[in-house]
Design a protein around this ligand. Structure first.
Ligand code: DX5
Ligand code: ZN
Length: 218
């Protein structure tokens, strides 16, 4: 089963609740929340206060993507804020194993994100410990960038490892997913697809979600 996880980075921050309700109406189950600190990535977005406000207004699965340095310092606050999935970047900490353990101790699903320039084999030791791998198909920091094609090979590789090691890791992809390439990431093996500008820009949320779902079923 493949699910969409709309990235609120491209939503209207002055009307977040309205946009979230529009997604609920379309039966969307996940909400991707991009947290950026201006250090790990050049952009600055939102923090735990906003996550906890969102938590109060929706039962959607909060898929929180931390693009922050030293994520270990913020695991508890984001768990308290109501994250259901907490994903940290492999590149953002020297202690990825410890960070994953802290997330899991809180009963929250632990994800690890991998930048386009980072090879997947660095995850070998920790794969049995994680619930989700997030393949970045753009360099993190901004919405609306172009999909990086070799991400498809990374998705296929993780799918294969999942099978061989008998694991059940969720494979998520993030960046540059549009109507024209969504089927490619599905064929490569993803379970969870982040889409920001494809859902919140141009037309209505309903029209955009419909278009993506149609492309998924083609
Ligand atoms: C980028 C973020 C993405 C972003 C995706 O650093 O992690 O979640 O919002 O936006 P699109 O779908 O527009 O590439
Ligand atoms: Zn993201």
């Amino acid at each position: 089963m493949v699910e969409l996880s709309p990235s609120i980075l491209s939503a209207d921050f002055a009307n977040l609740e309205r946009d979230i309700k529009a997604l609920e109406k379309e039966n969307i189950k996940y909400l991707h929340v991009d947290v950026m600190d201006g250090h790990f990535v050049p952009n600055i977005t939102i923090g735990p206060v906003v996550v906890s406000s969102i938590r109060k207004r929706t039962d959607m699965i909060l898929d929180v993507h931390l693009m922050i340095e030293n994520p270990d310092r913020y695991i508890d606050v984001f768990c308290d804020a109501g994250a259901d999935i907490l994903t940290v970047h492999y590149e953002a900490t020297n202690h990825i194993h410890g960070v994953i353990q802290s997330i899991k101790k809180r009963g929250v699903k632990a994800g690890v994100a991998i930048n386009p320039g980072t090879p997947l084999n660095v995850l070998e030791e920790i794969l049995p410990d994680i619930d989700l791998v997030l393949i970045m198909s753009v360099n993190p920091g901004f919405g609306g960038q172009e999909f990086i094609l070799n991400s498809l090979e990374k998705i296929a590789y993780i799918k294969e490892v999942n099978k061989q090691l008998n694991l059940d890791i969720i494979i998520e992809v993030d960046g540059g997913i549009k109507e024209h390439n969504i089927i490619d990431v599905v064929n490569a093996g993803v379970n969870l697809i982040v889409a920001g500008s494809a859902i919140f820009n141009d037309k209505t949320i309903k029209d955009n979600v419909d278009k993506l779902k149609e492309a998924l079923n083609e």
